[in-house]
Design a protein. Structure first.
Length: 395
């Protein structure tokens, strides 16, 4: 596994030791990046090194932290060519453990938590991060303390309880959950593993960037669509592209990074359209895509900078469009996507109509989770009548 050279603040550039568990920069609260000695790996760790390795995210172990991974087989999800447009690829993260991309980040974070000897981890979550943390903590023998909105998709609650996590349902949004974790963590002895308030979830998520490059034969696409709540995956992939360039695996070309949010909660889209470097708190957030109901991402400044660097953009779509995307992908592609992932389809179609992209552009769209995690939500949105109770069926 990789040796951490140091942790670097994304705001001030301060170097901090990775020998002890860290959260954010003590000087300015910036999110921390894990840095490795990539120069010593160049020429030794190459694309040829990957031949014959297990098809998990740990195939890239030279640039991942930790001595012994707490793994459930996460990563190396399929890249499916669209049946509608052969230049479009759907990266299906729903085939990860616990049914979403969150498995990658929480796998890396729990791996390091165990290595540091941490005993209790706490997280605010809209649902899928909670499921993933609960699973990996169960595998690692660590206590998981989870705070979720009370209207979380039922699958997430059932999973967390089944994994043995301590669950608190909150009458509010993920921001209210985060406040509760922050207020109680010191007294309870919890390590806060919130989005971008510790450095290792980015490391797990960055493997999506390595996989996109590998699965496209080391040629990055013209654009990547990414449903963005906290934005860890977007930030992780951008970090991966930089690392791969330093390793000599790819050149300077970067895809246009495209943020997709729900119109009922679109703080990054609003900030982007108003040319602001940070987002404002979104009041009255409402969307059935639970993972997109994040009123203000902690690392909004990084997300917006990536959009600027990449020549990308930010798009919001309505819940009606989102569930239209669920139905269209299911009926035309055979892919039952999460609402968050399905939001990318109408966003892509809009940018085609507006001329921001052409049909000839090579595009990767991320489906970040399985629609099976949202059965109750999708059934209600698409007005699908569920089965009668057993007592009536067999009467």
């Amino acid at each position: 596994m990789a040796q951490i050279a140091y942790l670097e603040c994304s705001k001030c550039g301060e170097h901090i030791s990775g020998a002890q568990p860290q959260t954010i920069c003590p000087k300015d609260g910036g999110s921390l990046y894990v840095r490795y000695d990539l120069a010593s790996l160049k020429g030794k760790f190459t694309p040829d090194s990957l031949r014959g390795r297990l098809a998990t995210m740990w195939r890239y172990h030279e640039v991942l932290p930790g001595d012994v991974p707490v793994t459930l087989g996460e990563g190396f999800t399929p890249m499916l060519p669209s049946r509608e447009n052969p230049n479009v690829y759907i990266k299906d993260e729903g085939l990860n453990p616990t049914g979403s991309f969150k498995a990658r980040g929480l796998c890396a974070a729990v791996t390091m938590a165990r290595q540091y000897g941490l005993k209790k981890l706490a997280v605010p979550s809209a649902g899928n991060a909670a499921s993933a943390l609960a699973a990996y903590c169960a595998a690692a023998g660590i206590e998981a303390h989870i705070f979720m909105p009370k209207d979380v998709p039922l699958a997430n609650l059932v999973e967390c309880k089944s994994y043995g996590a301590r669950v608190t349902l909150v009458d509010g949004l993920i921001s209210d959950c985060a406040r509760m974790v922050n207020e109680r963590k010191q007294a309870e002895g919890w390590f806060d593993i919130s989005t971008l308030k510790e450095p290792f979830r980015v490391e797990g998520k960055k493997t999506m960037g390595y996989e996109v490059a590998e699965q496209l034969n080391w040629e990055l696409p013209d654009a990547i669509f990414y449903p963005t709540g906290g934005g860890v995956g977007l930030i992780g992939m951008w970090k991966a592209f930089d690392e791969m360039e330093q390793l000599g695996w790819i050149g300077k070309k970067r895809p246009k990074m495209i943020v997709v949010q729900a119109s009922g909660c679109a703080p990054v889209v609003k900030a982007w359209n108003e040319h602001k470097p940070v987002a404002e708190m979104w009041h009255g957030a409402q969307t059935s895509a639970a993972g997109l109901r994040v009123p203000k991402p902690y690392a909004d400044y990084i997300i917006l900078d990536i959009l600027k660097q990449s020549g990308g953009t930010a798009v919001s779509v309505s819940d009606e469009e989102i569930f239209g995307g669920v139905k269209e992908w299911a009926s035309k592609e055979g892919l039952f996507a999460s609402p968050e992932g399905a939001a990318c389809l109408p966003a892509y179609q809009r940018l085609l109509r507006e001329g921001f992209l052409k049909t000839a552009d090579k595009v990767v769209i991320f489906n970040t989770g399985s629609g099976l995690k949202y059965i109750d939500v999708v059934a209600e949105a698409l007005k699908i009548r569920t089965a009668e109770p057993a007592s009536n069926v067999f009467a």
